[in-house]
Design a protein around this ligand. Structure first.
Ligand code: KG4
Ligand code: ZN
Length: 357
């Protein structure tokens, strides 16, 4: 009997989740759909002076943080390593060096403990984490994944086995567009949260920035796709023209109007997908779901359309081990075979691969 078969049917497995796609080393313990404890270490402070993540620094930081983060998570959850039923680790997408550190550590733990390992998709984990807050997902849901690297709409039948991509960004991801606009306005890195903060002091209607793929034949062909590069260019031109005229740039208004354009597209298309597919639940995940306007606009539009919105609290939205453990737990419950011990990190892991083979 394989380990996968043995675990199938375990309804409340104890899962150790390990996240290392980017700058965060996240470790969490989840039993069934309950988060027992999680700890996140980040190397983000080391990148402020570079204005972007340096992969080599991130890999080294994972190496240094892993054991202390694991120990802290076990202590917080009051769990002994020997009690763990299975290990889940992010297999991708992400920085190859960072992924390699987390996967190597996870494999070493799995081999020494004699437990199965699940290499899970980080992006799907951003949606799975909601089960730790709002309980089991319904039979069908639409997912909106918004992060620094992804903006996707997916149709979810089973979070561990059946997620179908409906659309995604043709260029920048939402968080990425915010970070670029932050840089353009001279805000600190990463710009997303700064643009969000300023946008709350500005007038959303002050400037009308374009909504990508909202008109003409693009509208139908790219019904669930996004494009933010034209918007970003429009913001750049607007700022440049004021600067050329020696006028002060109304940064708060620019941020508010830009944020409105991004979030109008994101929430409008996600709600449309729910209506088209006859699905009454929308779940939003990813680091960008910390954005104040995506939260308020999604709530407004879902309420108007009679759609239940599932939007985890902020601490679950950014990269963390809980999202990985949550997806690992769902995989065990669904009776999915564990990943083979020789599975490889996949920096470009596609959305339709939920568990690494
Ligand atoms: O999911 P995440 O933690 O990392 C990736 O997997 O990409 O998302 C981080 C992204 C960054 O681009 C960051 O600037 C953006 O999410 N972000 C925000 C906010 N908080 C984080 N963007 C806009 N408003 C925010 N409040
Ligand atoms: Zn992420």
């Amino acid at each position: 009997m394989g380990v996968g078969t043995r675990l199938a049917g375990v309804s409340e497995p104890l899962i150790l989740g390990i996240e290392s796609t980017c700058d965060e080393t996240g470790v969490a313990l989840v039993r069934g759909r309950e988060l027992l404890g999680d700890v996140v270490a980040t190397s983000m402070d080391e990148y402020a002076r570079f204005g972007g993540i340096i992969p080599e620094i991130a890999s080294r930081a994972h190496l240094q943080s892993f054991v202390p983060t694991l120990d802290a998570a076990l202590t917080k959850a009051d769990v002994d390593l020997s009690e763990v039923d299975a290990i889940a680790v992010c297999a991708g997408p992400g920085l190859i060096g960072s992924l390699t550190v987390g996967i190597s550590a996870a494999k070493a733990l799995a081999a020494s403990l004699g437990k199965p390992i699940y290499g899970v998709n980080h992006v799907i984990g951003h949606l799975a984490v909601d089960e730790l807050v709002d309980g089991a997902l319904p039979e069908r849901a639409i997912g909106l994944i918004v992060s620094g690297g992804h903006s996707n709409i997916v149709s979810i039948s089973d979070i561990a086995t059946n997620v179908r991509e409906l659309g995604g960004t043709l260029d920048d991801a939402a968080g990425e567009a915010f970070d670029k606009v932050g840089r353009l306005l001279g805000l600190p890195y990463p710009g997303g949260p700064h643009v969000d903060r300023l946008s709350q002091e500005g007038d959303r209607e002050a400037i009308r920035f374009p909504r990508g793929l909202a008109a003409g034949k693009d509208k139908e062909r790219h019904r669930y796709d996004f494009s933010f590069s034209g918007l970003k260019t429009a913001v750049a031109r607007y700022v440049e023209s004021l600067e050329d005229d020696g006028q002060e740039v109304p940064k708060a208004d620019v941020c508010a109007a830009f944020s409105e354009a991004v979030n109008d597209s994101l929430t409008g298309k996600a709600v449309q997908a729910c209506l088209d597919e006859g699905v009454d639940t929308l779940v939003i995940g990813g680091g960008f779901s910390a954005n104040s306007r995506v939260r308020s606009l999604a709530a407004e539009r879902c309420e108007a359309a009679g759609i239940t919105l599932r939007l985890p609290p902020l601490r679950y939205c950014t990269d963390n081990g809980a999202q990985i453990a949550a997806l690992g737990s769902a995989a065990v419950r669904a009776g999915v075979e564990p990943s083979p011990m020789d599975f490889a990190p996949d920096s470009g892991m596609p959305l339709d691969t939920i568990i690494a083979l």
